[in-house]
Design a protein around this ligand. Structure first.
Ligand SMILES: Nc1ncnc2c1ncn2[C@@H]1O[C@H](COP(=O)(O)OP(=O)(O)OP(=O)(O)O)[C@@H](O)[C@H]1O
Ligand SMILES: [Mg+2]
Length: 325
């Protein structure tokens, strides 16, 4: 769907490449998260995909079409790609309605199609259209502005979204909520998404695929599980942090390691120590600690399906974290 082939960017007046020989592919309907320290080239990659920055070398393809050619029609890219820019970037002297309607108006949609579209989008991102549409950006909270930024990028219903730290400007609680809502939306939308963050936890939560960058270079890419279970080098290990095992446990569902049995052990019943099959293994661990039990019962809806013990969790950690632990 999106493919970069040995892409370079050397900005004029500099010698060190901002992006250095980067190749990867984002499959249709996937979220690909770019993560890495400030200045490693994340924003530059997004801006080369939508041609706001010209690569100095290599090729970029969207749906098999080379877009790093001069001849590409800007309207084509606007239709295909929604862009949530870093720091939100709403136009301060335009209302929320005008901000969200920006791309449809550029694409000359008829006005009677734009109004209902804006209303629908604001609702979709969890805002009350009657309340916010005629307001100006400074009258909204940070979290509301980030929602408007997402609505604006979705306005022309592009199959591709570039999202540059879309939830960066809010506190961790609001951020977690925006992430959850966005993942729920994405289940229906199935957009192809390039998502930038410098927060590895956000990358693990949001990404089908993660691209780790450092100093313009691609250091490692893979699924969150692949990266956590097999970090390529010290840089990636540092980025992941010391709680690698805990993060791995968040990626595994309890049903994957449950020991099936029909009988509910007495201790589990007595301590009322239960979790759901779809809960991450991390939840099993937390529940055991909270209930002071070394065994947790697993239910699928109402029905009991088996148990997980400390030993099961330890074995699981050893299995997935290989020699690196
Ligand atoms: N227009 C430009 N002219 C010259 N250098 C630039 C330009 N834009 C970016 N750079 C440089 O390119 C490098 C990569 O910048 P980029 O904005 O892509 O980083 P980033 O990973 O998005 O960082 P952050 O996490 O801080 O947003 C940096 O060294 C930056 O100074
Ligand atoms: Mg950036």
């Amino acid at each position: 769907m999106i493919k970069l082939d040995k892409v370079d960017k050397v900005f004029p007046g500099t010698t060190v490449p901002a992006v250095d020989q980067v190749s990867f592919q984002v499959d249709e309907g996937n979220i690909c998260v770019f993560v890495g320290p400030s200045g490693c080239g994340k924003t530059t990659i997004l801006r080369m995909i939508n041609r706001l920055v010209e690569p100095t070398g290599g090729d970029i393809y969207i749906k098999g079409q080379k877009v790093s050619d001069k001849g590409v029609n800007p309207d084509y890219l606007r239709r295909e790609i929604g862009y949530v820019i870093q720091q939100i970037g709403l136009m301060p002297h335009r209302t929320i309605e005008q901000n969200v309607a920006l791309v449809p108006r550029l694409l000359k949609w008829p006005e009677d199609k734009i109004k209902p579209r804006v209303k629908h989008l604001l609702e979709m991102v969890g805002l009350e259209p009657d309340e916010v549409a005629q307001k100006y950006p400074h009258q909204l909270s940070g979290g509301m502005m980030q929602r408007v930024g997402v609505a604006r990028a979705l306005a022309a219903d592009p199959p591709i979204m570039l999202m540059d730290e879309p939830f960066g400007a809010v506190d961790p609680i609001v951020r977690g909520r925006l992430q959850d809502e966005f993942l729920r939306l994405q289940k229906e939308m199935k957009k192809t998404i390039c998502f930038v963050t410098h927060d590895i936890n956000e990358a693990i939560k949001m990404g089908d695929h993660i691209v780790i960058m450092n100093k313009g270079r691609l250091v490692q890419h893979g699924t969150p599980m692949e990266i956590l279970s097999n970090p390529a080098d010290e840089f990636v290990k540092d980025l992941i942090g010391s709680d690698r095992e805990i993060k791995l446990l968040e990626l595994t569902r309890s049903e994957e390691i449950v020991e099936h049995t029909d009988e509910i052990p007495e201790v589990v019943n007595k301590k009322d120590c239960f979790i759901q099959a779809i809960d991450p293994v991390q939840r099993a661990l937390e529940t055991m600690m909270k209930k002071d039990s070394d065994l947790v019962g697993v239910r699928d809806g109402e029905s009991f399906i088996g148990t997980i013990s400390w030993e099961d969790i330890k074995k699981h950690i050893n299995r997935i974290s290989g020699d690196q632990a």
